[in-house]
Write a protein that binds this ligand. Structure first.
Ligand SMILES: *Cc1c(COP(=O)(O)O)cnc(C)c1O
Length: 428
């Protein structure tokens, strides 16, 4: 396959956009080469500027769980656009999507909509600090919670890929209030809490990590965090920007039956438009302006096009009770197929999977945290990535990313992918 026109477009973009991209993870810095420019997408496929058709395993980094250009979402956006694109005043639509989200997710009474996952996590932490009147937070190495200052401390995929885990521009004053723990290591968290008695407002965690590959929590890890938080008056924040409305109707709280105090959303909840949200029980959410003292705002928050897309997406997921099982079955089928061919070709690898999230790591040790994820062989990953691209399959251009399975993928697509993995891994 040729990617000539994409390369030309990238050269043009580089002149006027830093690095040619509006989000660093889109660049091919970790794998070499130049990014692919998309013209359109439908269902399981991307169509690029060179006329190639690619099977898509990124799906806008998660949102397109039902495939690209999903008809009810597209129609909802078109209809709303005709009625005006932004008012800066309340609309009934906002209450509709809020009520639906609250009915689908456990333990939340109220939800506020923002424009990105970053905003959701940033605002949730501010609210947690205001509510608990404490300053520090605990985050885990390799977990990503968006690019706001407090979180750019060993922050997973994008930040790792580009070798700036602690970004310049984040002040020492801000960084000192973020305590770093090891994912899947409860003792480490307990030690941090002990050393910072009565100073910790919140623990924020990806309840299934997805930004250092896909790393499910060990048995007891989330339950242990829950207990530590309850015992020490700390709020437990589940960052479900990636997992919310993906791993189950009610997210990881439902899937693994652990209760969080606050939950952050993004990606799927916007159906492909820029939406984030954070939610909690009323007592906490009422602490937010205009009811309470913690300030948070947004000119375009609850934008009618974004809310229409999100509502159509959540309605589709709410109506189809078999969807999450179907997604899991497709993902398990893909994992089993890849496992079989990599084993047959004597590749050193580990496959992690939960629900519709999967990652392939080129190391044989179990990948359970940031340290073990970082051990994967990046040279093999580069061959894997470019080999698949030549076969017309698009995975994320970084070894630290999860693949997202969508309902639009057919078993023929999955078989084609498994055959391509077989072919490519013979060349390692
Ligand atoms: C993508 C992501 C974010 C950031 O969301 P943006 O919409 O990119 O700002 C936050 N947390 C997690 C877990 C994510 O995967």
């Amino acid at each position: 396959m040729s990617y000539t026109r994409s390369s030309q477009l990238f050269a043009e973009a580089e002149k006027v956009i830093p690095g040619g991209v509006n989000s660093p993870v889109r660049a091919f810095k970790a794998v070499g080469g130049t990014p692919i420019f998309v013209k359109s997408a439908k269902g399981a496929y991307l169509y690029d500027e060179d006329g190639n058709r690619l099977i898509d395993y990124i799906n806008s980094w998660g949102p397109m769980i039902l495939g690209h250009a999903y008809e009810p979402v597209v129609q909802a956006v078109i209809e709303k656009a005709k009625l005006g694109t932004s008012f800066g005043m309340p609309t009934e639509l906002e209450t509709q999507i809020a009520a639906l989200a609250v009915s689908m997710v456990p333990n939340i009474d109220k939800i506020r909509f923002v424009n990105s996952g970053t905003e959701a996590c940033m605002s949730a932490v501010r609210l947690a600090r205001g509510y608990t009147k404490k300053d520090k937070i605990i985050k885990f190495a390799g977990c990503y919670h968006g690019h706001s200052d407090s979180f750019l401390i060993q922050a997973g995929s994008g930040a790792i890929t580009f070798g700036s885990p602690n970004s310049p521009g984040v002040t020492a004053g801000t960084a000192k209030d973020t305590l770093l723990a090891k994912y899947n290591d409860l003792e480490n968290v307990a030690t941090l809490i002990e050393a910072n008695k009565n100073e910790i407002a919140a623990i924020i965690v990806e309840p299934v990590a997805g930004n250092m590959g896909c790393i499910p929590p060990n048995r007891g890890f989330l339950e242990g965090l829950r207990q530590l938080c309850t015992d020490n008056d700390i709020l437990l924040i589940f960052d479900e920007v990636m997992t919310g409305f993906r791993l189950a109707r009610g997210g990881v709280q439902e899937l693994l039956n652990v209760n969080a105090d606050m939950v952050c959303f993004g990606k799927v909840i916007g159906g492909g438009l820029p939406v984030g949200a954070f939610a909690a029980r009323a007592e906490i959410m009422n602490y937010l302006a205009p009811l309470g003292p913690v300030y948070q705002a947004g000119t375009l928050s609850g934008n009618p096009l974004a809310m229409a897309a999100g509502l159509a997406m959540l309605q589709a997921l709410d109506a189809d009770r078999a969807i999450f099982k179907r997604l899991e079955e497709k993902t398990a089928y893909l994992a089993a197929g890849i496992d079989k061919v990599l084993k047959a070709n004597n590749v050193v690898y580990t496959i992690n999977r939960i629900g519709s999230m999967i990652s392939v790591h080129f190391d044989e040790a179990p990948v359970v945290d940031f340290q073990t994820a970082a051990k994967g062989d990046n040279e093999t990953f580069k061959k894997f990535f470019h080999g698949l691209l030549q076969e017309g399959i698009y995975i994320a251009p970084s070894a630290y990313e999860t693949w997202f399975i969508t309902d639009a993928l057919s078993y023929e697509d999955l078989d084609f992918t498994i055959q391509a993995v077989d072919k490519v891994s013979k060349t390692f």
